[in-house]
Design a protein around this ligand. Structure first.
Ligand code: URA
Ligand code: SF4
Length: 205
């Protein structure tokens, strides 16, 4: 197999569809590599496929996906303009949390997706993508507050599925979304300046 770090986006999506690197491949109907155009300004990173995603092989196609599309529409964007990925590409049985070894096995795919898409802004949706950048943080404290990683801004947000279940979070995620166009503009102005030192220590989980 080609080294993940040499793959094109298409090769990566193909490799994910036949991946057996962790035990999650055993229960999947379809792996869900992610989708969107290279060069998208925004990349969303969710948790993992749920029932509908596993059936269709596409990310965020259930109720949470519908809400994500509404949130995008509120800032004049469509899902075709953004890249949508997950920390694990195969559905955990019964939608349980992904385990540490599954997250580690799948992470190189996500890392390569980020390298290839080169988003200006990364939005983490849910705990596991948040922990990748903000280990141990609480979403209720840090949501909507960007952190610079190289020339990218990483913004933690409430997961749309969580906001659907917790009505009090809905206005918060709606307000955080409204900040995204400003964050894209801010990230553009960062260019390739040298990042501050603490942004270079990306600790995993
Ligand atoms: N929830 C996620 O985190 N990812 C999906 O792809 C769908 C629902
Ligand atoms: Fe491979 Fe990721 Fe699926 Fe595990 S979850 S089998 S590492 S694609």
């Amino acid at each position: 197999m080609t080294d993940i770090n040499q793959m094109t986006l298409e090769q990566l999506e193909e490799a994910v569809r036949s991946c057996t690197l962790c035990s999650l491949h055993q229960g999947r109907t379809h792996a869900v590599p992610g989708e969107g155009p290279p060069g998208a300004d925004i990349m969303f990173i969710g948790e993992g496929p749920g029932f509908h995603e596993d059936r269709q092989g596409r990310p965020f196609v259930g109720a949470a996906g519908k809400f994500l599309e509404e949130l995008l529409a509120s800032i004049g964007m469509t899902r075709e303009q953004v890249y949508i990925a997950n920390v694990v590409k195969c559905r955990p049985p019964g939608n349980r949390d992904p385990l540490t070894d599954e997250l580690s096995a799948c992470d190189p795919y996500l890392e390569r997706q980020i390298q290839l898409v080169k988003p200006k802004v990364i939005v983490t949706l849910g705990r596991f993508s948040m922990y990748r950048y903000f280990p141990g943080a609480a979403i209720s404290k840090i949501h909507g507050q960007p952190k610079r990683v190289g020339s990218t801004l990483v913004v933690p947000m409430f997961h749309p599925a969580a906001a659907l279940h917790q009505p009090k979070w809905r206005p918060l995620v709606e307000a955080d979304f409204k900040k995204l166009p400003g964050f894209i503009a801010e990230a553009e102005s960062l260019g390739d300046e040298k990042p501050p030192p603490q942004a270079q220590q990306l600790s995993l989980f």
